[in-house]
Write a protein that binds this ligand. Structure first.
Ligand code: ZN
Ligand code: MN
Length: 499
């Protein structure tokens, strides 16, 4: 094994050209498993969602889940793939404790969807990621290693296995090699994973939660000397489970492999594991070749031959896809690419769109969700969607501001009230008495009191130093707890003292 010396990133990129490849596994959100009727609820007690089929008991026979096939065809179509007219499942044979059958039903040389692409954008530049195949398979169970400090098998007393996940429909999306990304390689990898997640989420076929493992990326990286026509040997970092880790793992592999190549050694073709705490990858097992799996056509399942009518029906049912939606929204809201990116990153796109659709101005909807509510969500460490405030509430608040019933400062207090469970925006205005003081008589009385209480300042204004009025306006605002119209108060003060 080579040493863990690293070459600084910029230096590595000055000599080597990275080539990426990404395999992504996505669990579909079907109600039942891929080849049996077992439920698929996440987090159920271990081994409560199993049956003879997904436990691989003798004589049990699988039946293909139609909803899962619909899901994968939608993904294939959204990725611009061709849907083949005929294909089969295949057995991938290997022994591992989390796989009760000792084989995985997958697809080998006859995948369902082939030859697509997904465009991603990094720093204003577009990169086309070619998709080689999208195939259908089933997930494995989960091993739990007990007694160690790390949760890994090393140092554990014993291991337990939970087969609830075994047999959940799994879609695998494999890119072609992605060349010519240069120093943007880590960002392109991340942008691809991000865009793929958004796409699948928009299709509604998976919750694509990387932290729960319903989307996991295997990230392949190789380096070749700049100008070379021969690709280098790749490493494959398995099951990377956050977007940030996708980016960091590519970066680390570039720095590590450059050091291996600089030392005149060869990069070992192997799987590696990404370590969140150090941002590094560590060696896993040396990569097996396809022939080691002894693939053969699955004898217990009939071939799949999706009719062209069905495929076209599914194509017609696709929703607006993320890239098209972003283009539309940018035009409608008049925001820059950067502003839109911030909105997407804050998880505010759906909320702002619903708020606009419910009647708010785009600028107002953006202001309240992005400036005020986003900040509160971050402070509380929750997702924006988890705040107890609805697009309808935001529409009402922006309308109250537009009508002059409240100002921006009071609007923030109204939102605080709504978030604290004090009721609708109107109820909060009423209960907290937050209306702007627009009654001239009431305002005049307060101004008289303020003038009487600040004779020195009043004298300055009388003698022509109008700028001093600011201090009295401040006192009026204080006396009304911010509910007066500051501009009107200033006018009245100056008129009274100099008029
Ligand atoms: Zn089952
Ligand atoms: Mn797979």
């Amino acid at each position: 094994m080579s040493t863990e010396t690293l070459v600084p990133y910029d230096e590595a990129l000055a000599r080597y050209e990275p080539v990426l490849g990404i395999e992504t596994h996505i669990e579909l959100g079907t109600n039942s498993k891929m080849f049996c009727g077992c439920p698929t609820v996440f987090g159920a007690p271990p081994n409560t969602q199993v049956c003879p089929v997904c436990l691989g008991l003798p004589g049990a026979l699988p039946v293909t889940n139609r909803a899962a096939i619909e899901g994968i065809i939608k993904i294939g179509l959204a990725l611009n793939c061709s849907i083949v007219e005929w294909c089969r499942f295949a057995r991938k044979n290997y022994f591992y404790p989390d796989m009760p059958k000792n084989f995985q039903i997958s697809q080998y040389d006859e995948p369902l969807c082939v030859e697509g692409h997904l465009d991603v954008e990094v720093d204003g530049q577009s990169y086309r990621v070619e998709i080689e195949r999208v195939h259908m398979e089933e997930d494995t169970g989960k091993s739990l290693h007990v007694g160690g400090t790390t949760g890994r098998i090393h140092g554990a007393d014993h291991s337990l296995v939970d087969y609830n996940r075994a047999g959940i429909p799994l879609v695998e999306i494999v890119t072609k090699p992605i060349p010519a990304t240069g120093d943007k390689a880590p960002l392109v990898a991340r942008a691809y994973a991000t865009e793929l997640r958004e796409l699948v989420r928009a299709l509604g076929v998976s919750d694509v939660r990387m932290e729960e493992g319903s989307m996991r990326c295997d990230v392949n990286v190789s380096l070749m000397p700049i100008g070379s026509a021969t690709w280098g040997t790749r490493s494959e970092t398995k099951n990377v489970n956050s977007l940030r880790s996708v980016e960091r793992s590519v970066r680390h592999e570039i720095e590590r492999q450059a050091a291996v190549l600089d030392a005149g050694e060869r990069v070992v073709q192997e799987t590696r594991h990404f370590q969140e705490d150090t941002g590094t990858t560590t060696s896993g097992r040396s990569k097996e070749e396809a022939q080691d799996y002894r693939y053969f056509p699955e004898p217990d399942l009939v071939p799949m031959s999706p009719s062209r009518d069905w495929v076209e029906e599914l194509r017609a049912s696709l929703p607006e896809l993320p890239a098209a939606r972003r283009g539309r929204v940018r035009g409608e809201w008049g925001v820059t690419e950067k502003e839109l990116q911030d909105i997407v990153n804050a998880g505010a796109l759906d909320l702002i769109e619903e708020t606009v659709q419910a009647g708010a101005e785009a600028a107002a909807a953006r202001k309240w969700w992005m400036n005020e509510l986003s900040r509160r969500a971050t402070a509380q460490g929750v997702e924006l969607t988890a705040l107890p405030v609805t697009p309808a509430d935001v529409v009402r608040v922006s309308r109250l501001v537009a009508e002059g019933t409240i100002n921006d400062k009071l609007a923030r207090q109204v939102l605080d009230g709504v978030l604290a469970g004090e009721g609708t925006p109107d109820e909060v205005v009423e209960r907290r008495g937050l209306k702007v003081v627009s009654d001239e008589g009431e305002l005049a009385t307060i101004i008289d009191e303020v003038i009487a209480g600040n004779p020195d300042v009043a004298e300055k204004i009388r003698s022509g130093k109008v700028a001093a009025a600011g201090a009295l306006v401040g006192a009026v605002m204080k006396a009304t707890r911010g509910q007066a119209d500051a501009g009107r108060a200033r006018e009245l003060i100056i008129n009274k003292l100099t008029g």
